[in-house]
Design a protein around this ligand. Structure first.
Ligand SMILES: *Cc1c(COP(=O)(O)O)cnc(C)c1O
Length: 366
């Protein structure tokens, strides 16, 4: 069986280094907010090019905390509107609604799966305070048009960078394209921990200190509480692992890119729509390789019988979920079509050449 993603194999590539780090952290006796988190935060901000990186408990918290901090800073008020793609993982939207803010859903460009930048301006009102960009499947969702809109309407640009770590736009890394960005180190992400983890990057000093305080019970100084905070910290253990894995991220993303290039050029089947391999290839880290087909159950069954595991990212769009029942009657036809037709092929830095050959051959025979 060719697994969709073999996390064990990915992490065992760095077994010696990771185990040494784990042992060192265990023996240090210091498990929360110590040297490992500090070092990883420095490494991450150096890598991204941002002034600050703040470790937090997970990617959803990273996004929630950015919005919450802007609210504490009186930049965003309860009931304000945040523009967000309709075609995203639900966590992007949860970060907005959990802060009692209103998500304004915008349809994607069917070729990139990302928010259609020509459809943003018509949704901007006097209540709009931010655009939450999601670099879905790892592809940059940013262009001059979005930058112009943010400047013209004084909107904060927030990146959901959970899937795109390592991608860049004209030499600027994702996570440094807007005012603040949320990262996830969920094990299956390109920079994956061995448990939950997340981070915020920003160049804004006040935002950084506010997020640090809110994430630590609302306290800047021990036992002095300025905000009704939460507990959302990155563990020392996770930071120690991430510090090792960050060194290999670029090389691993290059392998993903090479696999994506092979899939894009060698898969030839009229029943399959391939994603576009971008001309500016640094704009995509290929977190996921997502194809479209009109009868995906049939394709998935066929591939399963041939020993190839596939997944769906994602089967139901946020506006059709039970938890957002108020929106269930809304219509986002492009988003809905994508959710009905997408299938993700195996993609990871440890797929072998034989496995990639087999995947291509099998799909071409479908
Ligand atoms: C994974 C993911 C998140 C949430 O990250 P967690 O660490 O699982 O909380 C948010 N947005 C997107 C687009 C994601 O893929």
């Amino acid at each position: 069986m060719i697994n969709f993603l073999n996390l064990q194999k990915i992490n065992l590539q760095h077994q010696e280094e990771i185990e040494a780090q784990l042992l060192q952290t265990f023996r240090s006796g210091w498990y929360i907010l110590g040297q490992e988190v500090k070092t990883f935060e420095e490494d991450l901000s150096n890598y991204i090019g941002s002034k600050h990186a703040i470790g937090v408990a997970n990617g959803l918290d990273a996004l929630r905390l950015i919005l919450r901090a802007y609210m504490e800073m009186n930049i965003i008020q309860e009931g304000d509107e945040i523009i967000v793609p309709a075609n995203t993982y639900i966590a992007s939207i949860l970060a907005i609604t959990e802060n009692n803010l209103i998500p304004i859903l915008v349809e994607p460009d069917p070729l990139t799966f990302n928010i259609d930048s020509t459809k943003i301006e018509e949704k901007i009102t006097s209540k709009t305070k931010a655009i939450l960009l999601v670099h879905l499947y790892g592809q940059i969702s940013f262009d001059e048009k979005i930058q112009e809109l943010a400047t013209k309407y004084q909107l904060k640009l927030i990146e959901d960078n959970a899937q795109a770590v390592g991608s860049q736009w004209r030499g600027i890394k994702s996570g440094n394209l807007g005012d603040a960005a949320g990262f996830s180190f969920y094990p299956g992400k390109n920079l994956g921990a061995i448990g939950d983890g997340g981070a915020v990057t920003t160049n804004d000093d006040l935002l950084a200190t506010t997020i640090r305080a809110i994430a630590n019970y609302g306290s800047e100084k021990k036992y002095i509480n300025s905000y009704l905070g939460i507990n959302s910290r990155l563990d020392e253990i996770q930071a120690a692992v991430l510090k090792v894995k960050l060194k290999y991220l670029d090389a691993e993303n290059e392998i993903r890119k090479a696999i994506a290039k092979r899939y894009c050029t060698e898969i030839i089947n009229s029943k399959i729509i391939l994603p576009i391999y971008p001309q500016e290839e640094l704009t995509h880290n290929w977190h996921l390789f997502v194809i479209q087909t009109s009868d995906r159950n049939q394709l998935q069954d066929y591939l399963k019988q041939s020993g190839i595991e596939t997944l769906i990212h994602y089967p139901i769009p946020p506006h059709l979920q039970k938890c957002y029942s108020d929106w269930n009657n809304l219509s986002f036809p492009i988003t809905e079509k994508i959710h009905q037709e997408v299938v993700s092929l195996p993609m990871s830095p440890v797929l072998t050449e034989e496995e990639v050959n087999k995947i291509i051959e099998t799909i071409n025979l479908y």
